[in-house]
Design a protein around this ligand. Structure first.
Ligand code: ADP
Length: 264
């Protein structure tokens, strides 16, 4: 809300009172602010790895590092910073496709139980490294759905990777499949007992680049765009994604999807 005020004068310029104008900032102004903030964030996120790449390559080119082991370490940093930039550009392109409505879902019959197995298998090595275990609670409920299997896989991998990333070593990550809020929906529920999300951050967590702890996210290779992409994927299917969390105790992500995208 914008507030402007000015003195209210009579014909002889005597002050009679004050005029207040309360102005609701319009939707377009809000959008413009969000756009500006987004561009600033993108620039910053790209600049950080670029600065690091530049300084390491310059040092190497100047011949300042003789030790081959050290040279390798420097190249390793350059390589991983370039990877970070690639991830960022990939995620930005994906979001821009959603923004311009150019995403065409490739609907196919998806065995959700099998897809969950597949995602857990793909993440097993990463989970093992931290001693995490996945608990599969979806054996007694079988779901076949008509969705974009690749996109749903991407969404699940993202949420499951977050559960791995934001949990201390040797945690359990529970994956469950349940009946949805209506007959035409089912729920996938992924629960971790990790670091959790403070209540004040919870309602901003789906915003692009919003992260509770920037340094931690960066260190773990995050772009801060994963949850915004997850939300786009779910909503493009006519579904809903919801996060409950208790700081210090864990996080529960509920993804509600229709059995048949066409009937949404
Ligand atoms: P990032 O690339 O930083 O992981 P995301 O968009 O996937 O970006 O998530 C945004 C932020 O939400 C993360 O930086 C982290 O602070 C928080 N977050 C996401 N998932 C979890 C989780 N399971 N537990 C705790 N915090 C989480």
């Amino acid at each position: 809300l914008k507030v402007n005020f000015a003195p209210f004068l009579d014909e002889s310029s005597n002050k009679m009172g004050v005029v207040f104008v309360l102005q609701d900032i319009t939707e377009s102004e809000k959008l413009e602010n969000m756009r500006r903030e987004f561009v600033a964030n993108v620039s910053h996120e790209l600049k950080t790895p670029l600065t690091s790449i530049k300084s390491y390559t310059e040092t190497l080119l100047e011949g300042g590092v003789d030790d081959p082991e050290m040279q390798n370490t420097f190249l390793g940093v350059v390589n991983s910073e370039a990877d970070r930039m690639s991830r960022l550009v990939r995620d930005l392109l994906e979001l821009s496709n959603f923004d311009s409505d150019t995403v065409q879902l490739k609907l196919n019959k998806v065995d959700i139980n099998q897809l969950l197995d597949q995602c857990i298998l793909k993440l097993k090595a990463t989970a093992d490294q931290k001693g995490h275990v996945f608990i599969k609670r979806y054996h007694d409920y079988q779901v076949n759905a008509n969705l974009d299997g690749d996109k749903i896989e991407q969404l699940l991998l993202n949420i499951m990777s977050n559960a791995i990333k934001y949990s201390d070593a040797k945690s359990e990550i529970v994956v469950d499949l349940r009946e949805g809020h209506t007959e035409t929906f089912f729920d996938i529920v992924i629960t971790d007992n990790g670091i959790g999300i403070p209540e004040t951050d919870l309602n901003r967590i789906f915003e692009r680049f919003y992260r509770v702890d920037k340094a931690r996210s960066r260190e773990l290779g995050g772009t801060g765009l994963g949850l915004s992409i997850a939300k786009e994927i779910v909503e493009s299917h006519g579904g809903l994604i919801h996060i409950d969390s208790e700081y210090g105790f864990g996080t529960k992500v509920t993804i509600s999807l229709p059995f048949d995208r066409k009937n949404v």
